[in-house]
Design a protein. Structure first.
Length: 281
């Protein structure tokens, strides 16, 4: 009998919760009138998290004039909600950075995810959205369900590989045929288990079918288009062997023009390389 996506996720004990440091950062940010210094002290309890955050806010992703040399100053300039989003991103990367799989090169996987995160952030900026860091996190986590499948897929992964390479199926179709669900279902269930915001759950769960998003269509559409643009540019790999077509309705909904693509790609490659240096070891 086939499992549901929720049962599949709950059968992986090593991913049942986010790192304690993110929980503590989240708790202090939720306190009324929490200061940047208080939040900074919690972030600095984890040297890896604090160093990555500082590298990130000093990268071309933000292009602040002058160096930001303390976490508390980063929080004061970037904002508490935005720092929480960036802390989540860095914690998830650290949590899964050493995953080993024969199915996909994990360095290339994270390159793909970071490129999608940067592209989603740029698209949100283009659309003049507020708090564009949530789009960055949605882009980073869009394929997080794939990692769970890599961890727990076992011999079934070989059947997926066969369907993708010999039968020319796309990854999503192959996953559904073998498991009865796909990585978007697994990703949504994982984020739900972690207690992350509904906006991230829906953006991840609907990023291949963005027009099905009911509450947060903009986030799902941006994540979908960002992944399409990244795959078309061949920045990293999530294990997919072909570029899926873009959802034309999502493209039109966002009011995107082909004229801005050359500039977008230039900014994307510059900021992507900066984010690789900041986020990956």
């Amino acid at each position: 009998m086939k499992q549901s996506a929720a049962e599949f996720v709950r059968g992986t004990p090593e991913i049942q919760s986010l790192p304690d440091v993110f929980r503590r950062v989240n708790e202090v940010i939720e306190r009324p009138n929490a200061s940047a210094v208080e939040i900074g002290k919690v972030v600095m309890e984890d040297p890896g998290l604090s160093s990555r955050l500082l590298r990130l806010v000093n990268s071309s992703l933000f292009s602040f004039p002058g160096e930001i040399d303390t976490i508390s100053r980063a929080i004061a300039i970037v904002g508490t909600q935005q720092v929480r989003d960036l802390a989540l991103a860095t914690c998830v990367i650290e949590m899964f950075e050493d995953v080993s799989t024969d199915f996909v090169n994990m360095e290339s996987y994270w390159q793909h995810c970071l490129a999608t995160a940067v592209c989603a952030r740029l698209l949100a900026q283009y659309a003049e959205e507020e708090n564009i860091e949530r789009f960055f996190v949605a882009g980073l986590l869009h394929d997080i369900g794939s990692i769970v499948i890599y961890l727990r897929g076992g011999r079934r992964l070989k059947r997926i590989v066969k369907r993708c390479t010999e039968d020319r199926q796309n990854l999503l179709t192959a996953e559904r045929a073998v498991f009865g669900f796909d990585h978007t279902d697994v990703g949504r269930e994982l984020l739900m288990l972690w207690g992350l915001p509904d906006v991230l759950q829906e953006a991840v769960g609907a990023h291949h079918q963005p027009m099905r998003a009911k509450r947060f269509p903009k986030e799902a559409q941006v994540t979908h288009i960002a992944e399409f643009l990244v795959e078309a540019r061949d920045l990293g790999s999530n294990g997919e062997h072909r570029v899926a077509p873009v959802n034309e309705e999502a493209w039109l909904e966002l009011g995107l023009s082909l004229d801005f693509l050359p500039l977008l790609y230039q900014d994307l490659e510059d900021q992507w390389r900066a984010s690789l240096g900041a986020m990956l070891r």
